[in-house]
Design a protein around this ligand. Structure first.
Ligand SMILES: [Fe+2]
Length: 203
């Protein structure tokens, strides 16, 4: 690999993954995590190309975190097989450590801001997608923070999504859950078409 990039990360995700919903999951986690990268870049005073490159690293972590999941879903292999492949191909260690830390059984605890952001965006992005798909319009633009909070309490809704991981994510980022939901919503809404969440009435 000449130089790491989100283009290359997305290419790898698609190469390793046949299932469209897992591809979409990677794309949506990438956009939410990228949003936190942009915020952190601003906090650090980065500007221009430097800020963009910083946020791109976050987006790559999102794109690649479940790259090996379809081929290697067991806890013995996921995400270790993917990380080994990426390491051999020269991907930055910050991205690899974030991918490891999103799996709570990996032994890597989310500590850096990137690790925390990826962990926090993983379950929530899937949950927000589920919230959009039950709207009559199937549009992420129609999802609101209050509605998401209500659905979090509804145990029958999207039961595979772990609520405690969503609240723990907000705790890791040291922000209220409402703010975390709002941040991820804005990120997904900005990329609705890419994520297939622009709804039926979108032009
Ligand atoms: Fe994931």
């Amino acid at each position: 690999m000449a130089e790491w990039s989100a283009v290359e990360a997305e290419r790898l995700l698609r190469e390793w993954t046949q299932g469209e919903s897992l591809v979409k999951h990677g794309l949506s986690v990438a956009r939410s995590t990228e949003g936190y990268g942009q915020r952190e870049a601003a906090r650090l005073g980065l500007e221009g190309a430097e800020a963009e490159r910083f946020a791109e690293m976050y987006r790559c972590a999102g794109l690649l975190h479940d790259m090996d999941y379809e081929r290697h879903p067991s806890v013995e292999e996921h995400p270790f097989v993917g990380v080994a492949y990426l390491r051999e191909n020269g991907w930055p260690e910050e991205i690899l450590q974030a991918i490891l830390a999103h799996a709570d059984y990996s032994g890597v605890v989310p500590e850096t801001h990137l690790q925390r952001a990826l962990f926090a965006c993983d379950e929530l992005s899937g949950f927000l997608t589920a919230c959009a798909l039950v709207k009559p319009t199937k549009s992420i633009a129609d999802v609101e923070v209050a509605g998401v909070k209500k659905k979090m309490k509804d145990k029958a809704f999207a039961r595979a999504v772990k609520r405690e991981d969503m609240t723990r994510g907000a705790e890791l980022l040291a922000i209220p859950i409402e703010e975390h939901i709002g941040n991820c919503l804005v990120a997904l809404q900005a990329h609705a078409a890419e994520l297939g969440l622009a709804g039926t009435s979108a032009d």
